[in-house]
Design a protein around this ligand. Structure first.
Ligand SMILES: Nc1ncnc2c1ncn2[C@@H]1O[C@H](COP(=O)(O)OP(=O)(O)O)[C@@H](O)[C@H]1O
Ligand SMILES: Nc1ccn([C@H]2C[C@H](O)[C@@H](COP(=O)(O)OP(=O)(O)O)O2)c(=O)n1
Ligand SMILES: [Mg+2]
Length: 248
C-alpha cells in the first residue's frame, strides 16, 4: 500500500521537532530548507511516488485523492468539509484541529503551538505536516480533505517534500472580511484565537501568506473558487456540483 510503504520510509526520518524554530513561514527562504537527512528522505519519497504513478492508472489506486480546502479564517471551511465528508465519503483532516489536539496533549511541542496560535501566526511546517502525515496514515483513507492547509508557501513545499505528492484539487472559499469577522466573533467554541486582536492578525497573515498559495495552485489549474457568502446549504450546493463532477 502507498501509505504503508511511504509511512515506513518516513517513520525512519529524524524527529521533525529537531528544527521547528528554523522553519517558519515568517522567516526568510534560506531558513526554510531542511537538513540533509530529510533531503535524502525526499529523494526516496519521490522515487517511491514516481513508481506508484507509473502503474498505468496515474497512481490514484496507489495514493489517496487529496483535496486541500482553503479560505480565510471564518470562511466556512470546517462547516463545508463536514458536509463533503458526509455526502462524498471523504475523511476530513483539519490542520487546526490536529494542532489543537497536540496542545491538549500537554506536550512541549503543544506549548509552542499554543503560543503561535495565540499570536495569529503560522506553526512551523515540519510540525503541521508531520501531524497531517500521521493522520493520513492512520485513517487509511482513499479520499482525504485537508482543511486549512497549506497556509503558506513553506507549508506547501514541506507537504510535497515529506508526503511526496500534490493535491488533486484545491477548494477555495472566497468570503469578504467583514463576514469572516462576524462569523468568527460568533463562533463561540472558546478558541484562544477568536478574539478581535488575533482575528486582525490572522486576516493579515491570510492575505500575505495564504493567497499566494491559492495563486500558485490557480496557475496550475487546480483551484475551484467558491463564493462563500449565503447560507451554509446554499454554499454547499456549489460545492456539491464540483464534487459530483470529479472522478475519484
Ligand atoms: N454560510 C454561513 N453563514 C453563516 N455562518 C456560517 C456559515 N458557514 C459557517 N458559519 C459559521 O461561521 C463560523 C466559522 O465557520 P467555520 O466552518 O468554523 O469556518 P473556518 O473553518 O473557515 O474558520 C462557525 O460558527 C460556523 O457555524
Ligand atoms: N496549516 C496550518 C493550519 C493552522 N495553523 C494554526 C494557525 C491558525 O490561525 C490556527 C487555527 O487554524 P484553523 O484552520 O483551525 O482556523 P480557521 O478554521 O481558519 O478559523 O492554527 C497553522 O499554523 N498552520
Ligand atoms: Mg476551521
Amino acid at each position: 500500500m502507498w501509505r504503508r510503504r511511504l509511512g515506513a520510509l518516513l517513520l525512519r526520518s529524524p524527529p521533525s521537532s529537531s528544527s521547528p524554530a528554523a522553519s517558519s513561514c515568517q522567516r526568510s527562504r534560506h531558513h526554510l530548507l531542511p537538513t540533509e537527512e530529510p533531503l535524502a528522505l525526499n529523494r526516496l519519497a519521490r522515487l517511491f511516488t514516481s513508481q506508484a504513478g507509473s502503474d498505468g492508472d496515474g497512481g490514484h489506486s496507489q495514493k489517496p485523492f487529496i483535496a486541500f480546502v482553503l479560505g480565510g479564517p471564518g470562511s466556512g471551511k470546517g462547516t463545508q468539509c463536514t458536509k463533503i465528508a458526509s455526502d462524498f465519503g471523504f475523511v476530513h483532516l483539519s490542520a487546526g484541529d490536529l494542532l489543537r489536539h497536540e496542545i491538549a496533549s500537554g506536550s512541549e511541542k503543544g506549548e509552542l503551538i499554543l503560543d503561535i496560535i495565540k499570536q495569529g501566526r503560522i506553526v512551523p511546517s515540519e510540525i503541521t505536516v508531520e501531524l497531517i502525515r500521521k493522520a493520513m496514515e492512520m485513517s487509511n483513507a482513499n479520499k482525504v480533505l485537508i482543511d486549512g492547509f497549506p497556509r503558506c508557501e513553506e507549508n506547501r513545499v514541506a507537504f510535497e517534500r515529506i508526503v511526496g505528492t500534490e493535491p488533486d484539487i484545491v477548494i477555495f472559499f472566497d468570503c469578504p472580511e467583514d463576514e469572516m469577522v462576524k462569523r468568527l466573533l460568533g463562533r463561540n467554541q472558546g478558541r484562544v484565537d477568536d478574539n478581535i486582536e488575533t482575528i486582525k492578525k490572522r486576516l493579515k497573515v491570510f492575505e500575505s501568506l495564504n493567497i499566494p498559495v491559492v495563486d500558485y495552485y490557480s496557475s496550475r489549474g487546480k483551484v475551484h473558487k467558491i463564493n462563500a457568502t449565503g447560507t451554509a446549504d446554499e454554499i454547499f450546493e456549489a460545492v456539491r456540483r464540483i464534487f459530483s463532477s470529479l472522478r475519484f
